[in-house]
Each structure stands twice: as C-alpha cells, then as structure tokens.
Ligand binder design. Structure first.
Ligand code: HEM
Length: 413
C-alpha cells in the first residue's frame, strides 16, 4: 500500500497495480453520471468501464452487446432471476484462475454446492469467530499504534484486518499471511496480468493443498476441516471444489470488507456529527453499517449475461448480451431513498443491494456485518476523540469496480 515511486505498471506492487487498474486515485465520484444514466433509462446499451476510461480493450468482432443496469428495479430484476440471467460469463475471466466456483455456477448446480459451502457459515461459527478471532485480530492491530496518538487507518487497520480474519478461519500460520494476501490480489488482477494470476492460482493451490491433505486425515475446527467434512444427500466436496471456493473466498471476503469498513470510517470522519452520535449511542451501529454499505458499496458493479432474448423493465435485451449490474447506482436510486447521495445514518431503514440479491446473494454477509460491528466497537472504545489528522495526506474514496479511500490519517486521544 506504499505510495508508488514509478508510474510504470510493471514497477508497482500487486496491490497498487490492482488499485490503479480499478481507477483508484482517478475516478473520484461516478455518482453524478449514474444520476444521468438513471434519468435516461433503467438499463441501457453502455459499457460503464469504457465510459470512465478504464482499459477494457477493443471488443473482438461478433462480441455480445454490453448493457448497464442502473436503477434499483432493473438491478433487482436481473439479480433475482438466475434463469434469464446467468453467472457463467465469470468462467471466462475469474474461472480460469479461481477454478469452477459457485460464483460462476447457475442452478441447479449452484444450489447444490452453495448448500454444502454454507455449512461453514453457521450462526454458531459466527459467534465463535467473533469471540475467539475477530476481536483479537483488531485488538492486536490497534495495539501496534495506540501509543502514537495518530494512525493511518487503511494501512494499519482496515487493510490487514479481514485477511487476518480469513487466514484465522482457515487455520493458517500467521507468518504466511503477507504472502497469502499477495497471492489473492495477484489472483484478481487476472485482467491486467494473466500470467501472474495463473502463477498465484497454482501457488495458492499448492500451499492450501498441504493443509487440506492434513485436515482430511486430522480434522480440526477450522474452515478447511469443515469443508473437507461437509456432506449433503451423500454428496461431498472434492479437492478441486474446495480449492475453487478458497480462491474465491479470499478476494470475496478480504477485498470487500477492507474497502467497506474504510468507506464507513471515512464517511463518519467526514461527517463528525454522525460519528459523534454513533460513538455515544452504540445501538446505532447496525443502521450505521447498513447506511455505509448503501452510501459507498465497496464493490460497485457485478455482471450477468442474458440466457435468451428478454426484457428488463420493458427494455429489450438480446440473448448472450452482457449486463453490467451497477449496485452503486441502484443504492442511490432517488425513487427509493430521499437525498440518496448523502450519508445519513438516521434515514429510514430500506434494504440496499450492496450484497447483491437472489441466488448469489453474498454468502459472507453476516460475517462482514459482524466484522464491521466489532471493528467499530473497538475503534470507538479504544480510540477516543477520533478525528481526521489535518496534517495527514488523506485520500478520498475513489475507484470504479472496487471503491475505497487510499488513506485515512487520524488523530485520537
Ligand atoms: C462488505 C463486505 C462484502 C460485500 C459488499 C460483498 C458483496 C458481494 C456481492 C455483491 C456478491 C455477489 C457477486 C455476484 O453474484 O456476482 C457476493 C458474493 C459472495 N460473497 Fe460477498 N461481500 C462481502 C463480504 C464477504 C465475505 C466476508 C465473504 C466470506 C468470507 C464473502 C463471500 C462471498 C461468496 C462466497 C460469494 C459468492 C456467492 C454465490 O455465488 O452464491 N463476501 N458478495
């Protein structure tokens, strides 16, 4: 996360390179464009990434048309219907390096695998993780800087904490975490460095294979052991299924939660009246988390493709068309929220769509909420009088597919 010293992409570390390819540092506020798009049509023929000048390359002749769904209604209609809108197009991109994960499966295969994987996310496990892992990880990170009276919260807290939690869930040794984190970012950089992503995918498989073999024989209470034992109607997960899931879990759980918690802390620090309110009334924490996810979802867009000629909100869509599903725009739909562009932790509760919707709704959403709640509780308890450091170099929230601030310099005490 250190500031790059060169603009040559090959010289950048994998974290910086990935952030740059996502428009971080460049695309500050895409939301006014989304207001315009929603005003034109609920879904329209447009490639959002190209509109914002990100590298998408020239589509080869005969490529399917690309649409962008922008209103809440259009986004929900696409996500709700896994029959008309498939997730299989992820196979051509992420599938090459992740393996055949649930992200790219359609029904009924998706349902079968998801039911098996869900066994690793029980309410009991969540309670256990909260008390034995998440609080400890956050406390240890805060211990590192609490005596300084100042910190850079992205680098010192929000960036490392979710990957430490996932490594803890999987029962991986702590000293492996930096390498493990690097592989995950290299993996999702498949669009900008294919060979590096394939290498990271193989390295991850080899690394995780050692743990999987051992835990098939000597299971513990970690997630790899639970997945190795999971069974439903006589079906079990093969090794390749587990590798694919674990390769998905890392970016799905770490990239998103680090960015959503950064966005929320940034939002509160730039709205001190709301920060003050929630610090003094902790019962506001759950609605604060939901509003943060609505206001600045960490993952702005996901994708689907049409399985047949169809319509969305009355707009005709051809078979095989690719649909960019704009969760961020849907979360700011003025038909659903008053003053939708504003962060307002006191607004009336209305379900947002940051965790998607329908068959592929985020499997880790309860974990993400719990992690963020514990993070806020620890930050509020241990860093009194938290405020932005006027002398620090702060980074506003930027980015396109993934969005978050690059730095949150703070003072406390
Ligand atoms: C604030 C944090 C998070 C956000 C905003 C988020 C968002 C999402 C979204 C939008 C999807 C749907 C992707 C698609 O269908 O194309 C998704 C799926 C998924 N998420 Fe999350 N996620 C978060 C945290 C987590 C965590 C902590 C985990 C687990 C450790 C996780 C695991 C997954 C998995 C496994 C899927 C695939 C589900 C399926 O295809 O059936 N996520 N997430």
């Amino acid at each position: 996360m250190s500031a790059p010293t060169s603009t040559d992409a090959a010289d950048l570390d994998p974290f910086e390179r990935f952030n740059r390819s996502n428009g971080m540092g460049r695309i500050e506020n895409p939301y006014p464009v989304f207001v315009e798009l929603r005003g034109q049509a609920p879904i329209q023929r447009a490639d959002l990434r190209a509109m914002f000048g990100l590298e998408v390359g020239e589509p080869p002749p005969g490529s399917p048309p690309v649409y962008t769904a922008c209103t809440y209604e259009a986004v929900a209609e696409v996500l709700r219907d896994g029959e008309r809108f498939s997730s299989q197009m992820y196979a051509a991109v992420m599938g090459i390096v992740m393996g055949h994960s649930i992200l790219e499966m359609d029904e009924p295969e998706h349902h079968r695998y998801r039911a098996l994987l869900q066994q690793a996310f029980t309410k009991r496990s969540l309670e256990l993780w909260e008390h034995t892992l998440v609080g400890r990880v956050i406390d240890e990170l805060i211990d590192e800087f609490i005596d300084d009276g100042k910190a850079e919260l992205v680098r010192q807290l929000t960036f490392p904490f979710p990957v430490n939690v996932i490594a803890g869930l999987l029962g991986l040794p702590r000293e492996d975490i930096p390498q493990f984190h690097r592989w995950t970012v290299e993996l999702i950089s498949v669009g900008i460095d294919f060979e590096g992503a394939v290498r990271a995918s193989n390295d991850l498989k080899e690394y995780l294979g050692g743990f999987l073999r051992e835990r098939r024989v000597n299971p513990g209470d970690d997630m790899i052991s639970v997945l190795a034992q999971a069974e439903m109607d006589g079906q079990r997960l093969e090794d390749e299924d587990i590798y694919a899931f674990l390769r998905l879990l890392l970016p799905a759980g770490a990239e998103t939660t680090y960015r959503s918690s950064s966005n929320l802390l940034w939002g509160l620090l730039t709205h001190p009246d709301q920060l003050h309110a929630v610090v003094n009334d902790r019962s506001l924490i759950p609605q604060t988390i939901e509003e943060g996810l609505r206001w600045e979802p960490p993952l702005l867009t996901i994708m689907r493709s049409a399985t047949r000629d169809t319509e969305v909100c009355g707009v005709p869509i051809e078979k095989d068309a690719v649909i960019i599903v704009n969760l961020g725009s849907a979360n700011h739909d003025a038909q659903r929220w008053d003053n939708a562009e504003d962060l307002d932790i006191f607004r009336k509760a209305t379900q947002h769509i940051a965790f998607a919707f329908g068959p592929h709704t985020c499997l880790g959403q309860h974990l993400a909420r719990m992690e963020t709640r514990v993070l806020l509780e620890k930050v509020f308890d241990r860093l009194p009088n938290l405020r932005l450091d006027p002398d620090g170099e702060e980074g506003p929230i930027t980015g396109m597919t993934f969005r978050s601030p690059t730095a949150i310099p703070v003072l406390f005490g």
